[in-house]
Write a protein that binds this ligand. Structure first.
Ligand code: FMN
Length: 165
């Protein structure tokens, strides 16, 4: 049976979900079984051999659903190959240099022995929830800074690492 990978994500406005779907799609192309699922909708990770967890960044923290997910499933996650990603910066910085995980995510990485963390650019579009989002958009500071080439390359690397096991 092919390795079964869960890509769990925490999102408010859907852009992290699209990153997670892209990662799962690349892993499937690599011959693995993979699905992207909202972190809050995963009751159990027992069926998965490896896990990727991603969250949108909000005020210096991972999205709440991603934080809860790693807290609730910590023991099982620590027993599996594990990767983290964040999606946040609304500028090209994430494509230009490595942006380290926010402190809470770094702590979870150390605790659960995650293999790697990557920060991808974020996305904020018209219709985003909340008054802060509306203010950012009003100031012309929104946009889509996700680098799907980089996302796909990262997913392919995970796929290779899992098929080597
Ligand atoms: C209220 C608010 C707070 C944010 N805080 C951060 C932040 O602390 N760091 C960051 O890099 N991006 C921040 N962002 C940008 C979001 O992380 C970005 O829009 C991300 O793509 C959202 O993911 P989602 O669409 O999956 O919810 C913030 C956006 C909003 C609207």
């Amino acid at each position: 049976m092919p390795t079964n990978v869960l890509v769990a994500y925490g999102t408010t406005n859907g852009s992290t979900a699209e990153i997670a779907e892209t990662i799962a799609g690349v892993l499937r192309k690599e011959g693995l079984t993979a699905e992207a699922v909202p972190a809050g909708a995963v009751p159990d990770v027992a069926a998965y051999d490896a896990v990727v967890v991603g969250g949108g960044l909000y005020a210096g923290h991972w999205h709440k659903a991603a934080r809860r997910f790693v807290r609730h499933h910590g023991k099982a996650l620590a027993e599996r190959p594990l990767w983290f990603f964040s999606s946040g910066p609304l500028d090209p910085s994430a494509s230009e240099r490595d942006i380290p995980p926010v402190p809470g995510v770094k702590k979870a990485m150390d605790r659960l022995d995650a293999a790697e963390h990557v920060t991808f650019g974020g996305c904020l579009r018209e219709g985003a929830k909340g008054w802060v989002a509306r203010m950012i958009l009003r100031d012309g500071k929104g946009g889509d800074f996700r680098d799907f080439e980089r996302i796909e390359a990262w997913a392919a690397k995970i796929g290779h690492e899992l098929t080597l096991v």
